[in-house]
Design a protein. Sequence first.
Length: 343
Amino acid sequence: MLKGALIGCGFFAINQLNAWRDIENGGGARIVAVCDRDPSRLKAASEQFGIHRTYTDAAEMLDAENLDFVDIATTAPSHRMLVELAASHGLPVICQKPVAPTLDDAKAMVAACQAADVPFMIHENFRFQSAVIAVREAIDRGEIGRPFWGRISFRAGYDVFAGQPYLAEGERFIIEDLGVHILDISRFLFNDVASVTAKTQKVNPRVRGEDVATMLLTHESGAISLVDCSFWSKRDKEQFPQTLIEIDGSEGSLRLEIDYRLIVSGPGGTRVRDVSPPVLPWAQKPWNNIQESVLLIQKHWVECLLRGVEPATSGRDNLATYALVEASYQSAATGRPVDPRTL
Ligand code: NAD
Ligand code: 89V
């Protein structure tokens, strides 16, 4: 069984620890030590999960423990320092999204892991949601032919600031925090991008950064996708945290609608499927689709580590997703399209 340590025992790490416990029960990996610089959060996580080797200093933990990997669940400002620390100990490392505050930091992190020859995965979990996987599988089976147009949409009115108050404070908000997931789904479904044009809006007066963003992507294949995100969409039915997807292809079309209804129309007719994610025993609605994807991405990490293969959302892969974030901000600031491959 692989032995891991988790750094950062805050809001989202509880999902990661629950998923690690499921993986431990399956015999794959076990979190043997936890670290948080905030002693009260450290104590709460230690008690909830019965992990008694605890540290307030990550360097001290990596010096003291005999580990196979590190899982970083802190917020972005500490990611580079902690990933480089893990790499300097020769330890494979997972890091939460967004990989870093800047693309230069992200490149330095990938370079540090390459130089140390350690696997590096970004916890970019939205493409591991079972409904998103169902969309990708329908495309891969050729059910709609060659995709040429898409819309990937995340619009909510849910109070994300209650659980994650830091989201209201940064100069950058929705593209960096949520858009990064939705842009990654666009890459997952349509492959890499040649041009990004973005517009941002700031609607909620209590939030410092942009809380609505619309991105038009031209993919290398020639396909076009629209990625739109909002944290100020007050609707009859709250759809947080569902990503809705529309794709038109040469032979048909698909729609992933609210409540996980997947409608695929192709040469053989129309098929409607319920692709609702399970509610894991430790999960709570409406977060259950995200929570399931946490389990799936962590399982993916364990499999990749054991087989010696690069994870789908490796640091290297995620540079292309993060370049879309950077390109979106640059385009919104200048009013011009940006080629993310030049950044
Ligand atoms: P949080 O502020 O609730 O928790 C972060 C914890 O890290 C805090 O307890 C803090 O004390 C600790 N910490 C910070 N720097 C540290 C250091 N150097 N050493 C030890 N501990 C340190 O934040 P959160 O909401 O849990 O978010 C954490 C990360 O998870 C962010 O990058 C966020 O974007 C990401 N996130 C991902 C998803 C997803 O679906 N993938 C969802 C929510 C949040
Ligand atoms: O998934 C995330 O990264 C979260 C949330 C869904 C609230 O945006 O920050």
